[in-house]
Design a binder for this molecule. Structure first.
Ligand SMILES: [Zn+2]
Length: 399
């Protein structure tokens, strides 16, 4: 299994090298701003965006022009990467699922601009700490059009170097190496399998009978959010007070998002450590009967609990939870399986019975099989059925 790691060190360039780096950073900034102005102009005029390849061809023209010929003195790869970053940033701003904003013009002396050296063949390292006369020296890295630069190697660099990025931050130069490391496939310490269903009363129910509950602050935040939203609605749109209230609401939203992420990380870590194989319902084909209103044949009896902000907050979290769980299991040698699971809440989990009926759910929170009399928590039954469906799928598919 290959993983990427990054190692960041303080660079110690000479005055001359530092001036070089500053000039190259200036070139990268110019290329960014020029290309951004061009793309903005095209968008405003209704033309399609230029592709990265077209921008890169323009860069070659600029480098050969009289006006911008000085760009040819800078290493080419970091300038090309500046265009690549810009291209990605613009496209990300158009992606509705992404909160990224449209890129802005770069100003001098801001910290963010970095020079990316993408070709590992052009990055050489000299890690010797003694020179020919036996004196202590700093390790050095050789970069195109800069030469050997000293850096403070504060830790061992593991793996094979893929690229390097030079950044300037708060008055210092830094270099970060991205490396690729081959680690052995992990073997999960546990052999247990579990099914997880999103609960009605609980955030999640596990097939082993345990529940995961959202912390109490979810409800407190829900109340506060509703309160702040009501306050916003009473203010005159776009007035000063409206803007202030809007900003307060945004801060609260950000706070809730962070707290939720934290809760989901803790929960997914705990589950990925305890169970090697986890099954969840395939969200893409989740049927609508599980919505708050229910279906015509099976109207929801818990509409109030299932709707509202609290549900919205937890709903958004569920997808994130599955993503976290998926990669954490992968890292620990476990596995996350998704199963199409219709009737999970109506099917009797007793293997010999398996009776499916609406009548098995006398109440939203309890399950009672009308055929064999099995009784249990409705959420747990859903999770048990997901586990059963998951294990059945493995048994059928050749491994
Ligand atoms: Zn039964």
């Amino acid at each position: 299994m290959k993983i990427l790691k990054s190692f960041r060190f303080r660079l110690e360039p000479t005055t001359e090298q530092s001036q070089c780096l500053t000039r190259y950073r200036g070139c990268a900034r110019l290329v960014w701003n020029k290309a951004l102005a061009l793309q903005k102009g095209r968008l405003e005029a209704g033309y399609p965006l230029l592709s990265y390849e077209e921008l890169a061809r323009l860069l070659t023209l600029w480098r050969h022009s009289e006006e911008y010929g000085f760009l040819a003195n800078a290493p080419i790869h970091p300038l090309q990467w500046t265009l690549k970053f810009l291209d990605r940033a613009i496209r990300a701003a158009f992606d509705k699922s992404n909160p990224a904003r449209f890129p802005t013009f770069k100003k001098k002396n801001r910290d963010e601009a970095g020079l990316r050296f993408p070709d590992p063949k052009q990055i050489k390292l000299d890690l010797s700490t003694k020179d020919a006369d036996g004196r202590c020296v700093l390790p050095k890295v050789c970069l195109p059009k800069i030469g050997w630069v000293k850096f403070r190697k504060s830790r061992t660099i593991d793996g094979t170097i893929r690229n390097a990025t030079v950044t300037w931050q708060a008055g210092h130069w830094y270099i970060s190496f991205q490396t690729e490391i081959d680690v052995p496939e992990p073997v999960h310490p546990s052999e247990s399998a579990v099914g997880i269903d999103r609960g009605i009363v609980h955030f999640a129910a596990l097939s082993d009978g345990t529940f995961v509950d959202a912390p109490g602050w979810f409800r407190r935040h829900e109340k506060k959010l509703a309160w702040e939203m009501r306050k916003l609605s009473r203010k005159k749109r776009f007035s000063r007070n409206w803007q202030k209230q809007k900003a307060r609401l945004q801060r609260l939203h950000a706070h809730i998002a962070n707290a939720r992420r934290d809760f989901l990380h803790k929960t997914s870590t705990a589950i990925s450590k305890t169970h090697a194989m986890v099954f969840v319902e395939d969200l893409r084909i989740q049927n609508m009967s599980r919505s708050a209103k229910g279906t015509r044949e099976n109207p929801g009896k818990n509409v109030r609990a299932k709707s509202g902000l609290n549900k919205a907050i937890l709903d958004q979290g569920w997808f994130m939870f599955q993503t976290f769980l998926g990669y954490k299991l992968h890292w620990s040698g476990g596995w996350l399986g998704t199963v199409p699971a219709p009737y999970t809440s109506q099917r009797c989990p007793v293997p010999e019975c398996g009776h499916v009926s609406n009548a098995n759910r006398p109440r939203q929170s309890t399950f009672r099989c009308e055929r064999c009399g099995y009784e249990g928590n409705a959420d747990t039954v859903g999770a048990m059925n997901i586990l059963r469906a998951g294990l059945a799928r493995i048994a059928c598919s050749p491994v």
